[in-house]
Design a protein around this ligand. Sequence first.
Ligand SMILES: Cc1cc2nc3c(=O)[nH]c(=O)nc-3n(C[C@H](O)[C@H](O)[C@H](O)COP(=O)(O)OP(=O)(O)OC[C@H]3O[C@@H](n4cnc5c(N)ncnc54)[C@H](O)[C@@H]3O)c2cc1C
Length: 355
Amino acid sequence: MDNSDYDSLVVGSGFSAYCADAFLKQLDTGRHKVISPKDHLLASQNKYHHHFTFNRLLAPKAKSVGSSSWKVPGVRLVDRVTLGGNMNIWGGYIDLDLVDFRYLDVLSGMTPIKVTSDLHGIDSNRNLGVLTNDDGTIFNGGTALNSNLINEYVTRMELLGDKTIKLFSRYYDQHSTYQASVIFLCLGVVQLLELLSRSNLLRSGDRIKIHEHSYQLAYGTQIQESILSDCDTYIRYKFPIAVGRRLGSRRLDYGMLNRGPYVVSQLFQKTLQSVELVYQQDEKCFSTVSESKVPRNFGSSIHYFGVEINSLDINTFFQERGLNVFSFGHGSISPGRGGPISNYIINDIGKHFSL
Ligand SMILES: Cc1cc2nc3c(=O)[nH]c(=O)nc-3n(C[C@H](O)[C@H](O)[C@H](O)COP(=O)(O)OP(=O)(O)OC[C@H]3O[C@@H](n4cnc5c(N)ncnc54)[C@H](O)[C@@H]3O)c2cc1C
């Protein structure tokens, strides 16, 4: 085994990569590394996708990059190519009734604080927690991956004759390859599809579906009972926390500032909606299917999930091609309830490694 051969490789450095790395360490399954760029600039020869770039004033900046074109008007996807991925700007919410605590125990480094009993200024109809770092700020496990990180952007993957997978990656203009018998792709929806496109795993006419629970932001102190009863989950904020969250603050304790009524509400509804894209291989282009209606504001929940290709979920898609590749993260789960998805991501990864 030379330096570029591993038993497994994790691609990505967001929440799902943090979880996969922790399980691999716990199980001691052999030599593994995490490959992910610390900065989108490493991949800067790609195109910038301005409509997928999503930043918050007080959080580290990132951009969406890629080699495909995306013609998806009315669809809001978030793509942050950076160490930690969305963890740099997320809320850290987790549904404590739905997460399997055996798995949470493996993920040392993140502590859930209960929303309704331990946090002032946030309220919810569900048993929610916020995952925190040791210093009490909202959890970001990106830097914890540093010690096991290859700071490169994965450009392509290829199946070799002996069933191992070869990954091609880039650090600015410097190119490398790595081999492993199993690959864990912990990419967001946009980068997962970009990688499939560059790896020639998609054909013209392939149909791709993504789902989400409908979502709405509401302002004011009173919300009609009928609106709340349409929600699986609502989260209500007092003014200082609402502003802090909006700016991307990682702080949770607003002390004496946290007075007054709840004025902003995130409403995660029961209704499930989907968007369908079609891929054109010659142009390397993803576009919305013209005859199917794009649901209004699709993606505004930023908790969309479950990539399907020609009606196959993403992991069945890899399995059918004989690839020992597993996708984790928001593109691979199918939540039964609107609200946080971190609990579904943890359960999915935990279930995979407990087998
Ligand atoms: C503002 C915001 C708030 C949110 N709040 C919550 C919340 O409170 N609770 C909740 O459950 N969910 C929340 N979410 C949803 C959240 O995105 C997911 O729960 C979780 O962060 C998803 O993690 P992930 O690992 O699937 O993806 P990502 O966080 O997108 O991570 C993908 C990683 O892959 C890396 N990468 C991309 N391309 C490549 C490549 N080619 N090669 C190598 N690496 C690559 C990226 O740099 C990144 O590190 C929020 C999302 C946003 C945007």
